[in-house]
Design a protein around this ligand. Sequence first.
Ligand code: AMP
Length: 401
Amino acid sequence: MSSSRVLVLNSGSSSVKYQLLDMSDGSRLAVGLVERIGEESSRLKHTPLSTGETRGFTAAIPDHDAALKAVAAELAKDGLGLDSPELVAIGHRVVHGGKHFTEPTVIDDTVLAEIERLIPVAPLHNPANLTGIRTARALRPDLPQVAVFDTAFHTTMPESAARYAIDVKTADEHRIRRYGFHGTSHAYVSRATAELLGKAPEEVNVIVLHLGNGASASAVRGGKCVDTSMGLTPLEGLVMGTRSGDMDPAVIFHLMRVGGMSADEIDTLLNKKSGLIGLCGDNDMREIRRRIDEGDEEAQLAFDIYIHRLKKYIGAYYAVLGRVDAIAFTAGVGENAAPVREAAVAGLEELGLVVDGELNAVRSDAPRLISPEYARVAVAVVPTDEELEIATQTYALVKAS
Ligand code: AMP
């Protein structure tokens, strides 16, 4: 029996998403999710891919330790228990790896301490990721556990793109720079786009547009990230489901001085009540498109602002790269919303960007081109797979060590 199973854990503050993969062929053995950890009505949903049937329960799951034990029990029912010798590693998604972590890293006490040191720049995410890691280590202390960082892919950005133009001493003291996020997705999609073009990643320049509820763009030259739209935190850049993205930082002083708002209130406003939901009350692109079809002007304006920002980033990254071989759309909106893809490149024919209406309308889970054959720049839809990427990086590291 081959030992090639990797468990991928994505631990949030009150949730754990997991996938068990067989890395001999990259297939899924089980996927699932525990939600509302710490509440009376926590929920576990588990799907073994052997049957494809989802099962689960609703009951109080007090903490991450109990959640992971419940997951282990579900996996064991399908003969996929965490004590199986076939399980070779656990891969953890870690949101912030700062400047330090440029690669997936086998977790030891020093690595844990460094992830903890980064909490001030990722107060929402790193504590939850750490809890997941500690729990998994307690359960299987003998098993290699690997941290795969959302920021790692962006550590190749040159200083000219990573630095903010603020006082250097202040920036360094508080570790203020552009880190970027969604790196696992940008890495996976840029590589898969090169593959779709039949080329090696080193040969192509790609603009990746990861458009989910959170959204970010990246400029990837020869497989390496040279710029990305998220910064110190995931707030910068594109218009998102609930985040504002770019704006004049003086808006914050204005809201403090004139609006009487506190830093925490403004944080909530810009991260949770802005973007599409702030503009029109909906953050789901399906609902926004439905409203537009009914002639809703508020939804139309929200869509137009979203597209305007997206176009600005396409233009900016075109200039940063100089030559672009492909633009790749990914994540919930990018993979599913044909009108967003069409509008984002409309009028950019001079840049070699054209979308074929018929190809764009095709619904599929496969990576595909939506530009006509004659187009100078390929436009692609490439479904992202962050779990597979985390498992691939984890497995490669464990095999090599
Ligand atoms: P993600 O964060 O990648 O899971 O993306 C979630 C977002 O994708 C949702 O909030 C929707 O806005 C969008 N989305 C998902 N399915 C569709 C669809 N069929 N058409 C348009 N937008 C979609």
